[in-house]
Write a protein that binds this ligand. Structure first.
Ligand code: MRU
Length: 347
C-alpha cells in the first residue's frame, strides 16, 4: 500500500488516507494549506514517524505555494517553522523540514517556481527512499525471525506509518514473503487504537495472520508462551540507543526481558537523532485528554477527573536486543554502533 500519501503536482494538494476513519471507512483528507497539513499531522489523519516526515516534505511545497508574493521568503520561513513544530516526538518531522530548508538555503537564488519543482522532486525522492529503507529493514530483519514465531508488535509501524511496507511490519512482511510461518499479535494500543484498527487492517489486507490483544494482556500472553518475538517501531532513537515509541512500548520491553523474549526496534537511520544524547532528552508529546476520557462519542471517565495522555514512552537501550535499520542490524553498545553506521554513511 503506497497510495495513502498522494501529492497532486498540478494543484499542489496533499491527498491523505484519513487514518482516523479506518477500518470502518476509507476516506481522503485533502491538504491545500500549511494549516491543513499541520491539522492532518496533529489530529493524526497521517501518523507514524516516517509517514509524518514524508507528508511534511510535501507540506513544504504547499507552504511555498501559499507564500506567493514579494515577501515570500519570510512567509515561507514562518510556515516551515510552524510545520516543524506540529508534533514534537517523531524526529522524522524535524528531519524532513530541516532537509527541505537546507535544500532551499543551498539554492537560495532560485525563483519560487523553480524552488517548487525542486521541493516536489525532493519530497518524491524522500517517499521512494523511505519505501526502499523499509524494504531494507525487512531484509536485515529476516535473520531475527524464525519459523513458527509469534511476533508481538505495539502501535502501527506498518505501511500506513511510512511511505509504504513499514518498519516493524516491514520485518513481518519480509518474513512472510520468505515463506516463514509466522503470526502477529497486535496490541490494541490505547487510546488511538493504532494496533486494533490499523495494524490489524493492513495485515489482514495482505493475508498475514494477526490476532488483536488488549494492551493489558501482554504479561499474561508472554507468561503463557504465546509470544516468541517482539518487534516495534520508533519515533526517535537517541545517540545511546534509548528509543521513544508509542506509550506502552516500555512495558512490553520490560516484560520481554522478564520472560526472555527478544525485543527488537525497527527504524530507518532518519529516526536516529544523534543530537539527542539519551532518552531523558526526548520530548514526549502530551495529547488531548479527550482521547482517553471518551471512547467514540461516549464519555468513560467522570467529568472533572484529570487523565494522563502521554503519547510516547522511552525504552532504555539495555532492554533492546537489536535495532534493525535500513543499513543493518545494530547491537549494543549502541552509542558505538550508531557512531559507526553514520561514519560509514558519511564517508
Ligand atoms: O502517535 P503515532 O501513531 O504517530 O505513533 C506512531 C508510533 O509510535 C510508531 O510506532 C512509530 O512512529 C514508528 S512508525 C514506522
Amino acid at each position: 500500500m503506497e497510495d495513502h500519501i498522494v501529492f497532486h503536482r498540478d494543484s499542489a494538494v496533499l491527498d491523505l488516507l484519513d487514518q482516523r476513519k479506518l477500518p470502518a471507512s476509507e476516506e481522503r483528507f485533502l491538504c491545500r494549506t500549511t494549516a491543513d497539513v499541520i491539522t492532518a499531522l496533529q489530529v493524526m489523519v497521517v501518523r507514524g514517524a516516517p509517514a509524518i516526515g514524508v507528508s511534511a516534505a510535501f507540506g513544504c511545497a504547499i507552504a511555498l505555494r501559499e507564500s506567493a508574493g514579494p515577501d515570500w521568503r519570510e512567509k515561507l520561513r514562518k510556515h516551515l517553522a510552524d510545520l516543524r513544530a506540529a508534533r514534537p516526538t517523531a524526529v522524522n518531522l524535524a528531519w524532513a523540514v530541516d532537509h527541505m530548508t537546507a535544500l532551499w538555503e543551498k539554492n537560495a537564488s532560485l525563483a519560487p517556481e523553480d524552488l517548487m519543482k525542486l521541493f516536489i522532486s525532493e519530497a518524491e525522492t524522500m517517499r521512494r527512499a523511505d519505501i526502499a529503507s523499509c524494504m531494507a529493514i525487512g531484509r536485515f530483519g529476516l535473520p531475527c525471525v524464525h519459523d513458527n514465531d509469534v511476533i508481538l508488535t505495539h502501535c502501527n509501524a506498518g505501511a500506513l506509518a511510512t511511505a509504504g511496507y513499514g518498519t516493524a511490519l516491514g520485518v513481518v512482511r519480509a518474513a512472510f514473503e520468505n515463506r516463514k510461518n509466522i503470526r502477529v499479535i497486535a496490541d490494541e494500543t490505547r487510546p488511538f487504537l493504532q494496533g486494533a484498527r490499523l495494524t490489524a487492517w493492513e495485515l489482514q489486507q495482505d493475508g498475514i495472520p494477526v490476532t488483536v490483544a488488549c494492551d493489558n494482556a501482554c504479561a499474561s500472553l508472554m507468561s503463557r508462551g504465546f509470544v516468541s518475538l517482539c518487534v516495534v517501531g520508533a519515533d526517535r532513537i537517541a545517540a545511546n540507543g534509548d528509543t521513544a515509541n508509542k506509550i506502552g512500548t516500555l512495558g512490553v520491553a520490560i516484560l520481554a526481558r522478564h520472560y526472555g523474549i527478544p525485543f527488537y526496534v525497527a527504524a530507518p537511520l532518519s529516526t536516529i537523532d544523534r543530537s539527542t544524547p539519551d532518552g531523558k532528552h526526548i520530548p514526549i508529546e502530551e495529547r488531548p485528554a479527550s482521547e482517553v476520557t471518551t471512547i467514540g462519542s461516549t464519555r468513560v471517565t467522570p467529568e472533572g477527573v484529570p487523565v494522563f495522555n502521554f503519547a510516547f514512552d522511552v525504552t532504555p537501550a539495555d532492554l533492546i536486543t537489536g535495532i534493525i535499520t535500513d543499513k543493518g542490524l545494530l547491537t549494543a553498545p549502541y552509542d558505538a554502533a550508531i557512531r559507526d553506521v553514520f561514519a560509514r554513511e558519511e564517508q
